[in-house]
Design a protein. Structure first.
Length: 103
């Protein structure tokens, strides 16, 4: 023991923080494999940090493949009676259900 010793050894560390932020050029309405839009995967109150999907447990946005051509007929939906948006909604709900089953 020595009177000159201090109770703590103080070390200075530089820590690198990797932040994943929202990219406004990416396209807000692009759809993730979880069935939800791109911008729902970020927190507008927290500097647009990538916090994960607001609607489900999805933590990483991964773009869903475009709706397969035979998707609606497989689902038994009659395409001509549906608007484009309705067709997409069916597909997005399907993605959501598939994603939830996996997680
Ligand atoms: Zn997602
Ligand atoms: Zn989601």
């Amino acid at each position: 023991m020595s009177k000159k010793e201090k109770p703590y050894i103080v070390k200075k560390k530089v820590v690198t923080v990797i932040e994943r932020l929202y990219n406004p050029k990416y396209g807000d309405d692009r759809i993730c494999v979880c069935g939800h839009t791109y911008y729902r995967h970020f927190d507008g109150y927290e500097n647009n940090r990538a916090v994960g999907c607001k609607y489900c447990q999805c933590s990483d946005f991964k773009e869903a493949p475009p709706m397969p051509k035979n998707f609606l007929s497989k689902k038994g939906a009659i395409k001509v009676l549906l608007s484009k948006q309705d067709q997409l909604d069916i597909y997005h709900r399907h993605l959501e259900e598939t994603f939830n089953k996996k997680n």
